[in-house]
Design a protein around this ligand. Structure first.
Ligand SMILES: Nc1ncnc2c1ncn2[C@@H]1O[C@H](COP(=O)(O)OP(=O)(O)OP(=O)(O)O)[C@@H](O)[C@H]1O
Ligand SMILES: [Mg+2]
Length: 498
């Protein structure tokens, strides 16, 4: 029997008002129902629906467990979906891509996209759970983001096996391709709030240094490059011998000889991120462990001026030039001792050498992934032998004063000169006096738009001659002091004899 139009209209109105009332009640429930009760209700709704639904759901959360580390699976899915969803998703979010030249589109929150794999259709949703703020409003709401994959149960085996493997593999490859490398720091003085998900702050890493532009012996340079490249290609080797895929470098040498520049060149060569770990800003070993666990694979962890940091006094020792006098050295040594005592007596920083060593040895073995750890120091002789023994620091690299070969690299970079009549004079002077690559670079830098290459070379010659005169003066002074001491000694022994 056909339904009367008025009856049908009535039915539609009834249905509409029922749905509206239900939605209204649901909205009120969500708004005013306590969070725990709501979660409880949702849990059972999902369980009941699970019995009837032919679909399977898999969630991939951004942070798992104790929220120490961002899930690599989440990051890979994010990359995979960014690459595959931007053509189909309706709501996208845009972020600056690699080298800040393009925008990378990815699916926005609560957006749903479909994907197909060997004839099976799957759905992905980007979602989040918001946990309520804690009492007294100390901590803001925490958002836990996740991706949910939905598919029909008849594809269970294929999706949980081959499809997820395909997503992770492709996602990881995309991440490596699109990687915008970062320079991370644990800034001193910055108190990270406990709700913040990471203790590192970062900027885009755009240091231009390369091994090509570095002034050093060509053979040494080649050896270091080969060592680094071999390391980065040795995943299977490290797995086979049962060692963590990590390598320690100790860069030592006077200030201005290119230690920090070499770290940037290493990062550029291998395409790694850089974590600049400021030990003096780390409160204790627990915080150190958290920081190190958070570091990602394909990264260089740098601890600069380890001799200063490891006193862990909370303040760095002042940097000194190569002409530092004995008196100054002694003063510094005294300050160091005092600060160390203070720190032993309950000073603010409680990071210990043994803590650091145990992390280096043990931690990365558990973390996996390729990591370099680089220590730098101006005073290698002052380091605790336990810290630099082979195995911990696999390679010791000495960066020293500029050689003539090094100067030629700088002349080519700075002045585009391969040869010049003044080169011989410079070669002669460089054999007589020590000059750091930083000082050579400074002299070769044009100081005004009118400065030509010859002017810059003359400025370097002048700097070398000044350094030579200074060294000669110092030598005379030292000879004079030695003579005075000898005379004094002689007089003393003469008076004793008398
Ligand atoms: N070997 C080098 N090749 C090319 N440039 C160099 C080299 N050494 C130093 N420089 C130049 O000198 C500047 C200072 O060098 P860098 O900061 O790398 O020295 P450092 O050894 O880290 O010194 P410090 O011990 O004071 O930290 C750099 O910006 C770079 O331009
Ligand atoms: Mg440095």
């Amino acid at each position: 029997m056909e339904m009367m139009p008025s009856t049908m209209a009535e039915m539609w109105t009834k249905m509409g008002s029922t749905i509206a009332s239900f939605m209204f009640i649901w909205a009120i429930f969500r708004q005013y129902c306590p969070y725990e009760l709501r979660r409880y209700f949702e849990k059972y709704t999902h369980t009941i629906m699970g019995y009837f639904s032919p679909y399977i759901k898999i969630s991939i959360h951004e942070f798992t467990g104790d929220r120490l580390k961002r899930s690599e699976a989440y990051a890979a899915v994010e990359a995979y979906l960014s690459a595959n969803s931007s053509k189909t998703a309706r709501r996208l979010k845009a972020e600056m891509g690699k080298d800040s030249t393009n925008l990378v589109l990815s699916m926005d929150e609560y957006e749903k996209v479909t994907d197909e794999f060997r004839g099976a259709k799957v759905w992905w949703v980007a979602s989040k759970v918001v946990s309520p703020s804690r009492p007294m409003g100390y901590y803001p709401e925490q958002e836990k983001r996740y991706y949910r994959l939905t598919f029909h149960k008849r594809y269970r085996e294929m999706i949980t096996g081959a499809y997820l493997e395909h997503v992770l593999k492709e996602g990881k490859e995309i991440r490596v391709r699109n990687r915008q490398r970062k320079l991370y720091t644990n800034s001193p003085g910055y108190k990270w709030p406990s709700y913040k998900q990471t203790m590192w702050s970062h900027i885009v890493f755009e240091h231009p240094a390369t091994f090509e532009t570095m002034a050093m012996e060509p053979n040494k340079k080649k050896e270091i490059i080969e060592d680094l490249v071999t390391f980065s290609q040795s995943k299977e080797f490290y797995a086979r011998i049962g060692k963590a895929w990590k390598r320690g470098y100790l860069l030592h040498g006077p200030p201005g000889t290119g230690k920090s520049t070499m770290i940037a060149a290493m990062a550029n060569l291998l395409n790694y991120d850089v974590y600049d770990l400021e030990l003096t800003a780390v409160k204790d070993n627990t915080e150190l462990r958290k920081l190190l666990i958070e570091t990602t694979s394909k990264s260089i962890i740098v601890i600069e001026d380890i001799d200063c940091s490891l006193d862990l006094t909370g303040q760095r020792k002042k940097k000194s030039g190569r002409a530092m006098g004995e008196e100054e050295k002694e003063k510094m040594e005294k300050e160091r001792r005092e600060a160390k005592e203070e720190s032993n007596n309950g000073g603010s920083s409680k990071v210990t050498l043994s803590g650091l060593l145990s992390f280096i040895d043990g931690l990365w073995s558990a973390c996996g992934g390729e990591r370099l750890i680089v220590f730098t120091t101006n005073y290698v002789e002052k380091l605790d032998p336990a810290l630099i023994r082979r195995g911990r620091m696999d390679k010791h690299i000495e960066l020293s004063y500029c050689s003539f070969e090094g100067f030629k690299v700088l002349a080519k970079n700075y002045l585009k000169l391969e040869t010049h009549p003044l080169f011989d004079t410079i070669d002669g002077l460089m054999k007589e006096v020590d000059i750091t690559p930083a000082d050579v670079a400074e002299s070769l830098m044009p100081k005004s738009p009118l400065d030509n290459a010859e002017k810059c070379l003359c400025s370097l010659i002048q700097a070398l001659e000044e350094a030579k005169a200074e060294a000669a003066n110092k030598q005379n002074e030292d000879d004079g002091t030695a003579m005075e001491d000898a005379v004094q000694l002689h007089e003393n022994s003469a008076s004793e004899n008398a």
